[in-house]
Design a protein around this ligand. Structure first.
Ligand code: AHR
Length: 657
């Protein structure tokens, strides 16, 4: 398709939503544009704004697709009318639990009016005579004219990605190392939620399930095997109602409460500060403790930190010793509340920033020690949250979170964890790679106030969120985990590798039995999920130096869902070897990849592969090894170029020594 044809787009926009643009190339601004399909999201401006506008942005796999075109609508259509005109799918605005509705309203309601104009090649495009133009077409015409304009750069023709069947090409820039892949990016999250803690890691000292001091041995060993670097605790939403004093002292005397966030079950506080901090030490992980800003006080928070860290002498240190722990624990990371815009207090960012300043002031460490104070971050694309927090409170914290969950459909009907079709495979993967844009955009807001990048961005909740398994306890968020989750993981690791200048931590939600878990347990049985195996395959990335990669790949499309077929990242590990993760998201076709290794020496290649016959293949207690890494010998190296064929729907980790 020629660029000329592209610029004729206004002539065909009457049917744009039934069409695809097979354009490829660069925006005038220097951003690469989606090739074979251009999918768009129309976000209405604030409904009440007199200067109504539409923001049109590219949705899709590649961060390079990020871009915004603002089209001014002079016809005064309301967002809703426009939505009807262009036949959008309006995602329902409802929270996973009623009281958090507002969090979704604040961050999703406007942006979840989506327009999908899929599927036409401009060569074939003709005006759809069968469909009369309607009011909204005018708006659409304006937007597509804008796209056509920016696409009319001569650079377009030079950026053609490989077409179907052609090999992907990757360049690894071993000579241009980027900031390290902080091991904290491999962090876990263990909330008092469902059987995440009770049953998942803690079974009690008297249990018949093999345990060490009450901690189940199988899970402990499996966490050690993947070198789990960080565990975040006790929440999540649970954290902003958690009072640490209820979880210390003789277990029989601890307060029994109701877990109001998750299933309304009793919480007997059997796992409290001592149990969690000791467990972190046993795993060899850093504890990331989230404090209670929601319904706790600054002094309660300050005393908790003192209780954990005070060397000796103070009353709190003596109390800790009398409860069995003389030496203070190390506390490298502390969260100033969680989701303050939602379950953490339904705060506006301006108020949350003030509250964060106040609480953070009283989080003090013993002389000579430092704790990383992490502010409660935004939900997904709520960039205003990050902006305001950085502007008003950025000097008071060392990190700020962001949470993004990959949900195939919407909060009301999320989609099943298994038994899904290819559309759901593709939509899940296409949605997960939005993480790239989200990180970029939050980082931009941070750059405004912190160009030196002192403050870290922490994706301290991420992962898939499906409808929980039929028959499981309501509110427990128990879901299966399939090959699709494995690819969600590897794609996110690739994205994280592109942002290590700002991104210094992440916590997958969650560690055991909850959401996108590493492990599932049932009584004395435990199974490692496909996600676990990706954490295992990529573990040599921890604290390795990122080697930037350029990936030219054909696109994988299913219905309106589009993403690059091949994704990759590379790291020079502490062992000196180069570790390169490659993912082929196409469930139907293999992908041949040619990798140019700039500044990388080494002749020996070993590898592992994770794949399975079905897109929803998963491990069960009866069949625990359906999705498990196997040795991979399919890579050859000649004259500094690596050639490898990735089977359909596979992840390959290569080690070059
Ligand atoms: O991970 C489950 C919940 O998701 C957490 O408690 C909360 O922070 C988020 O909304």
């Amino acid at each position: 398709m020629s660029l000329r044809r592209l610029s004729t787009l206004p002539g065909v926009v009457g049917t744009a939503w039934e069409s695809t643009v097979s354009a490829q190339g660069k925006l005038a601004a220097g951003l690469a544009v989606a090739p074979s399909k251009m999918r768009c999201k129309v976000s209405p401006g604030i409904d009440t704004s007199p200067a109504r506008f539409l923001t049109l942005e590219y949705l899709g796999a590649d961060r390079a697709m990020a871009g915004e075109i603002v089209a001014h609508s002079h016809d005064g259509l309301s967002a809703h009318e426009i939505a009807n005109e262009v036949d959008v799918r309006r995602q329902q605005v409802s929270g996973p639990f009623g009281k958090s509705l507002s969090r979704h309203r604040t961050t999703h309601a406007m942006s979840h009016v989506a327009l999908w104009p899929p599927q036409f090649t401009a060569d074939e495009a003709t005006p759809d005579k069968a469909r009369p133009a309607r009011n909204g077409d005018r708006t659409m015409r304006m937007m597509f004219s804008a796209i056509a304009l920016v696409l009319s750069s001569p650079a377009l023709a030079q950026q053609a990605p490989p077409v179907d069947g052609a090999p992907a090409t990757i360049t690894v820039h071993g000579d241009k190392p980027a900031p390290k892949f902080d091991k904290r990016i491999f962090g876990q999250f263990a909330e008092h939620l469902g059987t995440g803690v009770y049953g998942g890691i803690w079974v009690g000292k008297g249990s018949r399930i093999p345990n060490i001091n009450g901690y189940r041995t199988d899970v402990l060993d499996a966490l050690k095997a993947i070198r789990t670097p960080v565990i975040r605790w006790p929440g999540g939403c649970f954290a902003d109602e958690y009072h640490w004093r209820e979880g210390i002292g003789a277990p029989a005397k601890r307060k029994v409460k109701i877990n109001t966030n998750w299933g309304g079950v009793t919480e007997d506080n059997a796992v409290g500060t001592h149990e969690f901090m000791n467990y972190s030490e046993m795993v060899g992980a850093e504890p990331y403790v989230s404090g209670n800003v929601g319904n706790g006080t600054p002094s309660e928070m300050a005393e908790w930190v003192e209780y954990m860290t005070s060397p000796t002498g103070s009353s709190l240190a003596k109390e800790r010793a009398s409860n069995g722990r003389k030496a203070p624990w190390k506390l490298p990371m502390f969260g100033i509340g969680n989701e303050l815009w939602g379950c953490g207090g339904n705060m506006r960012p301006e108020y949350a920033a003030d509250v964060t300043r106040r609480y953070a002031t009283f989080v003090k460490m013993p002389e000579g020690q430092r704790v990383m104070k992490i502010a409660s971050g935004a939900n997904a694309d709520d960039y205003n949250w990050t902006d305001v927090m950085m502007r008003d409170a950025g000097g008071q914290f060392d990190g700020i979170g962001v949470h993004y969950y990959t949900i195939p459909y919407d909060w009301a009907r999320k989609g099943a964890a298994t038994g899904f079709d290819e559309d759901q495979w593709a939509r899940t993967l296409a949605k997960t790679v939005k993480m790239d844009d989200y990180i970029s955009e939050h980082a931009k807001r941070m750059d405004k106030y912190d160009p030196g990048k002192r403050v870290a961005l922490m994706v301290d909740e991420w992962g898939t969120w499906y409808d929980q398994e039929p028959g499981s306890h309501p509110g427990f968020l128990y879901q299966q985990n399939s090959l699709r989750d494995a690819l969600v993981t590897s794609l996110n690791f690739d994205i994280f590798a592109r942002h290590t200048d700002r991104l210094r931590g992440a916590n997958i939600a969650q560690m055991v039995n909850v959401l996108q878990a590493m492990m599932l347990t049932d009584g004395n049985r435990m199974v490692r999920t496909p996600t676990y195996w990706v954490f295992d395959m990529y573990k040599d990335y921890q604290d390795g130096v990122v080697l930037p990669v350029d990936v030219q790949s054909r696109w994988y499309n299913k219905n309106q869902w589009t993403l690059k077929a091949v994704s990759a990242s590379a790291v020079r590990g502490a062992d000196g070897a180069v570790h390169m993760g490659l993912t082929n998201v196409d469930p139907n076709q293999p992908a041949t990849v040619s990798v140019k290794l700039d500044g990388v020496t080494g002749a020996g290649i070993t590898g592992r592969i994770l794949t399975a016959s079905a897109i929803d293949a998963h491990n069960t207690f009866d069949a625990p090894d359906v999705v498990k890494p196997a040795a991979f010998n399919g890579a050859t190296l000649a004259n500094g170029t690596l050639t490898v064929t990735l089977p359909a729907k596979s992840i390959v980790m290569l080690d070059i020594r």
